[in-house]
Design a protein around this ligand. Structure first.
Ligand code: RFL
Length: 415
């Protein structure tokens, strides 16, 4: 057998934190560390153009807006417009407005598309002199349980590089290398498949006045703004449906029927995909000096808009923990990182699961049966008529901290 040539690694560079992945989680970690004067290197396997165009979430919840505000970064990184504080639920064509403003002090949620947040976080970090390396291939993590882990990768021109660091932030999403580098048996995966499919469509079509969720016997549908001239739509579909089964006329017909809006204005469809609603939590979110942040640790069904916001919450806690460790030799934040993150993760999973069940079961009794349809309708009725129920809903939408010592309201501020 031919002998393989030994790979030639350049002698390792050194930094405090290597961040793997330049999505919302990684870029937020990088900006907060940079703001704290802590050096880090971000490695992203895709190009800057690719990362900047990935369209998914559309709302930065109030808690996350206040988190950026508390770091003095809100103006720099948040685009879009403030939410007007109302959501519309249309049930069999009848409209119900529900507030997502829980009455607490501070700026409200922002309608800020994920790609706008990513573009602004990237620009802010680079303008501040941050080290962000795109097209970093074949990343591998070494000595994660030692004092000084090393991250190896290959540059676009084929050079092999190594970076020694104190911490690795695994921010590379559900299919990244970070979580895959943890030995079997260390993390427990709690997975749930909702048994529901969604078709999601992006179109250059007028956005709704406010986020719109529609319950109908034909299945769930939703319509959200993605900037001033674009919309994202969701349509419940069979779990293994294919986007090819949804040509333009079928999409617009189904939306008009389920949104009970025969005059809905269509527009060119720019993206169309189907996926299964699923939820996943990995516990713990840490292995040695590797800390999992965002989708690398957990996936939430998109209902309720929590996935990106949880990523921002993890990033905040991780950056504070590293800052406290480096600046004050206080390891409390690092030690409790996983526990504090998971408390919010489960809280948001519960909210997302509740909303997913309610809005699907209330319309389509072929899925869960008439009994669950009755339960879901009762939950909606309570939401529309009880101020207490609507206040609890608003608090969950805003994502405000009910957990002591778990984020921007820990009384210490970011400084
Ligand atoms: P991301 O955004 O997946 O970023 C991970 C980054 O890591 C890079 N990467 C690697 N880099 C180096 N080496 C490797 N081996 C790598 N492997 C991957 C990737 O290229 C990428 O740049 O994870 P992050 O930062 O944790 O952010 C999470 C959010 O993106 C995610 O939770 C949300 O998009 C979820 N989500 C929504 N969240 C909300 O809060 N509100 C919403 O309305 C909302 N809508 C959605 C969504 C997710 C959707 N998809 C993916 C099903 C709508 C959809 C359609």
């Amino acid at each position: 057998m031919a002998e393989q040539a030994p790979e030639l690694w350049e002698s390792p560079e050194s930094t405090t934190v290597v961040v793997i992945g330049a999505g919302p989680a990684g870029l937020t970690v990088a900006n907060l560390l940079r703001h704290s004067g802590i050096d880090c290197v971000v490695l992203e396997r895709r190009t800057r153009e690719h990362v900047a165009q990935r369209q998914r979430a559309g709302i930065v919840e109030a808690r996350a807006v206040r988190m950026f505000d508390s770091w003095g970064l809100a103006d720099q990184v948040l685009g879009g417009v403030p939410s007007d504080g109302t959501l519309e639920f249309r049930v069999d064509g009848e409209s119900h407005l529900v507030s997502d403003d829980d009455g607490s002090e501070g700026p409200p949620a922002r309608l800020c598309p994920q790609q706008v947040l990513v573009q602004k976080l990237t620009a802010g970090y680079l303008a501040d002199g941050g080290d962000l390396r795109f097209e970093a291939a074949d990343i591998s993590l070494h000595d994660l349980t030692g004092d000084r882990p090393t991250v190896r990768y290959r540059t676009a021109d084929g050079t092999l590089r190594a970076i020694a660091c104190a911490f690795v932030a695994g921010c590379d999403g559900d299919r990244g290398i970070s979580r895959a580098s943890v030995p079997d048996g260390v993390l427990t995966a709690h997975a749930f498949d909702h048994g529901i499919g969604w078709l999601t469509v992006l179109a250059d079509a007028p956005p709704p006045a406010r986020p719109l969720f529609a319950v109908s016997p034909h299945g769930f549908a939703a319509h959200f703004a993605r900037g001033p001239h674009a919309s994202r739509y969701y349509l419940q579909c069979p779990p293994d449906d294919h986007p090819g089964a949804w040509p333009d006329p079928r999409v617009w017909d189904a939306l008009r029927t389920r949104l009970a809006d025969p005059a809905l204005t269509p527009g060119p469809i720019t993206d169309r995909e189907t996926f299964r609603l699923r939820s996943l939590v990995h516990d713990p979110m840490q292995y040695g000096r590797l800390f999992l942040v965002g989708d690398a640790a957990h996936i939430v069904s998109p209902m309720g808009g929590k996935g990106m916001n949880l990523a921002l919450h993890d990033a905040d806690l991780f950056a504070r923990a590293v800052r406290d460790s480096v600046r004050d030799h206080d390891e409390t934040g690092l030690r409790t990182y996983s526990q504090c993150c998971l408390r919010r993760v489960w809280n948001d999973q519960e909210f997302s699961h509740w909303l997913t069940r309610t809005l699907h079961d209330a319309g389509d009794d072929t899925h869960s049966g008439p009994f669950h349809r009755g339960l879901a309708r009762a939950r909606l009725d309570r939401l529309f008529t009880s101020p207490t129920a609507s206040r609890a809903f608003a608090e969950l939408m805003a994502g405000l901290d009910t957990v002591p010592n778990a984020g921007a309201q820990d009384g210490r501020g970011p400084g």
